[in-house]
Design a protein around this ligand. Sequence first.
Ligand code: ADP
Ligand code: MG
Length: 252
Amino acid sequence: MSQTLNIQNLHASVDGNEILKGLDLEVPKGEVHAIMGPNGSGKSTLSKVLAGHEDYEVTDGQVMMDGIDLMDLEIDERSREGLFLAFQYPHEIPGVSNANFLRAALQARLPKGEEIDAVGFYKEMYAKMDALSMDRKFTGRAVNDGFSGGEKKRNEILQMMMLEPSYAILDETDSGLDIDALKIVAEGVNRMRCPERGFLVITHYQRLLDYIVPDVVHVLFDGKIIKTGGKELAHELEEKGYDWLTNELVAV
Ligand code: ADP
Ligand code: MG
């Protein structure tokens, strides 16, 4: 079985507007791929389509995760199969405490009849919160409810650390974080890098990639990957912007 997230010729629309226009991308396990691109190019659309957001209609193409056709799976099944998305704009879930939310998410992964070990769960959650410098009061607070932008982003990473996905997509996790929080979050991500896990790190700015150094950088523009390179591509984009690439396209 191929241990990779493979996207071929993906077309997706929202409200009848085509946003992804034939996107090809492959993230093998063990690698960190960054997606950069101007606002509105379809980065969040890609992440939501992969996660199975109902507003987005896939009109063509294929996404295979470790040999499984992702589009055949419901949202919760995708998660159980090992896909994780950290949202650009995390949702608030009033009335559900962070601890209960995480516990339910982990419980849902266990075989029927098996109960999560509460003591072990709290121990693990506290250790991971400590690693993210998150105060323990966040366990009792409703998920993201009234959290600041940076607190929400940290909470997304806590979810990722608890769920230990095979493929993690981080959509602009850097936005809303000050430099100290960014370093903490990046360290959390870096500690999770391993041969059994692939990352798709979506970011508008190169800054995050100083801390989460990617193996491969892709540029997404107008619903397609228009350039792929090594980590130095991110620095080139930081220096020169996106115009040199997009103008090249228009000229062709
Ligand atoms: P990025 O994350 O790269 O900034 P998005 O994927 O958020 O880009 O958006 C790509 C394009 O799709 C934009 O033009 C945006 O307005 C449009 N779009 C995204 N979601 C919706 C939606 N739910 N309804 C209408 N248009 C949408
Ligand atoms: Mg976005």
